[in-house]
Design a protein around this ligand. Structure first.
Ligand SMILES: C[S@@+](CC[C@H](N)C(=O)[O-])C[C@H]1O[C@@H](n2cnc3c(N)ncnc32)[C@H](O)[C@@H]1O
Length: 238
């Protein structure tokens, strides 16, 4: 069997996290059957025009990697009705929860969902198509021997750099200081990104348009102070 005989799902990069949790409640299972197909990013490997995915014209396109329960994505969609947001999440229960948050709202026109691994989506998108990318509380993989699994790093930064427009923002948050140090090192070393921070208020505080996430709340309850890193994509050489 060759690689091209495999279904797209089987060709996805190996994912080390959880794909599903408890059985879905009937309402959420129904949303997976009815709403998800209406707002899903088309499966397959064909190139995609992200702005063309949405039910109406959008002024900007954002990507959220690993949206978890979707609180941030749904909040940003409600606050920015002219922005199209593509959200990717492997965890079935998280996808179903996002659907429950946006069901019946105008966000169903401006949110598109990939229930799957964002690493399979990124190569299908054209260069400089994103105004913003969010990677919020990514799985920290704190053990050194698992460091290669950390999303921010040498495997994914080249794609994020390719996809972001000049001046586009990459926003990363974590309450795991090993992860923050790791992400900072890889982002600062990367030639295409500039750190927007002027001082501690910028990484200890929250951007004005911040929407809290579930993992952020968990960290705060446990007494850990999350850090927010904001980088911009440098202008491309002409
Ligand atoms: C720790 S949770 C954080 C969820 C959410 N961003 C929050 O702050 O509450 C990380 C999420 O990223 C998802 N994830 C990790 N790698 C991913 C990938 N390559 N593509 C899509 N989702 C991914 C996991 O399934 C998990 O739900």
């Amino acid at each position: 069997m060759t690689d091209t005989d495999l279904s797209p799902e089987m060709r996805e990069p190996h994912f080390f996290g959880r794909r599903k949790g408890k059985p879905l409640r009937p309402g959420r299972a129904r949303l997976m059957e009815i709403l998800l197909p209406e707002i899903a990013v088309p499966a397959g490997e064909d190139p995609l025009d992200p702005a063309g995915l949405f039910a109406r014209p959008v002024s900007a396109v954002w990507l959220e990697v690993g949206f978890g329960g979707g609180e941030h994505l749904a909040g940003q969609a409600a606050a920015n009705p002219d922005v199209g947001i593509v959200g990717c999440e492997v965890f079935l229960n998280g996808v179903a929860r996002l659907l429950s948050l946006i069901d019946g709202s105008p966000a169903t026109q401006t949110v598109r969902v990939l229930h799957g691994d964002v690493r399979a989506l990124m190569p299908r998108l054209p260069e400089a198509c994103l105004d913003r990318a969010f990677v919020l509380f990514p799985d920290p993989w704190p053990k050194l021997r698992h460091a290669k699994r950390r999303f921010i790093g040498p495997d994914n930064l080249p794609q994020l750099s390719r996809l972001l427009k000049d001046g586009g923002e990459l926003r990363v948050a974590s309450d795991d200081m090993t992860y923050i140090r790791w992400a900072l090192r890889h982002l600062i070393d990367h030639p295409d990104f500039t750190w927007m921070a002027q001082g501690p208020d910028d990484w200890l505080g929250r951007p004005a348009d911040w929407v809290p996430t579930r993992y952020e709340q968990k960290a705060l309850r446990a007494g850990r102070a999350p850090i927010v890193l904001r980088f911009v994509r440098k202008p491309r050489a002409r």
